[in-house]
Ligand binder design. Structure first.
Ligand SMILES: [Zn+2]
Length: 282
């Protein structure tokens, strides 16, 4: 999951027109009156904003499954938000199916149960006061709430004291395995980590016979610059993991260090990343 900027004041025109036309019947017929064709009008703009990635697991849904326009607050419980722009997210079918209609709150007594045509914005009172467990990628900052660890691939973990990260992972199944070394943890490892390890081992092999630590350092620093650029490239998958790696030497070594083939190589990479990341972060 990564943070996305969406202007809640400017829903796509087609969605707005459709919503204006159908909201009255929605309030009358409740969940039974929800028109899928209406909220699906948001899909082209959602695809553009999320660059064809699932809002929760960040995989390219075009390559994995159909797109789903997901109601952040489920339509069965919050039918009056069915066409609300701040309630619509693009997700892959796997996240969508796993999340179902669950929407737990930190404090159930704050749940909004009275329909309104005015108080519909996810970032404003009374909805924001509900304090949902599941993160909203357009309101919350996932970098503050998630971290990663190596365990059968790369698993995402919650690190916040309110447990919102853990609960989001559980509700969307963000560490799902799918057999034969596939699934999200292995996908993160294959698409982000394996390339880095391969690079390090290749330059280490090339330079092994000579006393060329300086050249190793130079080549590896160039690679780090490339990793930083990639972490800022929203078109790529798993950008939250990519950002996590280049924040500090500790993060980098916690993930990449465990895959390095020798203690000597671990020491070299640790020293280079400490010198590279810490002055940059200071
Ligand atoms: Zn997904």
């Amino acid at each position: 999951m990564r943070r996305i900027n969406k202007n809640f004041d400017c829903p796509p025109t087609e969605l707005r027109n459709c919503s204006d036309k159908h909201t009255a019947s929605l309030l009358r017929d409740k969940a039974k009156g929800i028109k899928r064709d209406c909220y699906k009008k948001s899909e082209p703009k959602l695809r553009e904003l999320y660059l064809e990635k699932c809002a929760y697991c960040e995989t390219e849904y075009l390559t994995t499954s159909d797109t789903w326009v997901e109601h952040y607050r489920p339509e069965s419980k919050y039918y009056w938000l069915a066409y609300e722009w701040s309630n619509l997210l693009p997700t892959c079918t796997k996240c969508n199916r796993h999340k179902k209609a669950e929407f737990p709150l930190l404090d159930e007594s704050r749940r909004v149960s009275i329909p309104s045509i005015h108080d519909v914005r996810a970032d404003k009172s009374p909805l924001i006061d509900e304090r949902p467990y599941i993160l909203h990628p357009e309101i919350d900052n996932p970098s503050d709430i998630f971290e990663f660890e190596t365990n059968q691939g790369i698993q995402i973990k919650g690190k916040d004291s309110e447990n919102r990260g853990c609960k989001t992972i559980e509700l969307c199944d963000l560490n799902r395995y799918e057999g034969n070394n596939s699934g999200l943890p292995y996908d993160r490892q294959k698409k982000v980590i394996d390339e880095i390890i391969e690079f390090i081992v290749t330059i280490d092999d090339l330079l092994k016979e000579t006393e060329t630590v300086m050249i190793f350092k130079m080549l590896f620093e160039k690679k780090i610059k490339n990793l930083i650029e990639k972490s800022e490239n929203s078109y790529l998958e798993h950008t939250l993991l990519r950002k996590y790696l280049v924040i500090s030497s500790d993060n980098f070594m916690k993930i990449v260090g465990t895959y390095l083939p020798s203690p000597q190589l671990q020491i070299i990479i640790k020293t280079i990343t400490e010198n590279y990341f810490e002055p940059r972060g200071a």
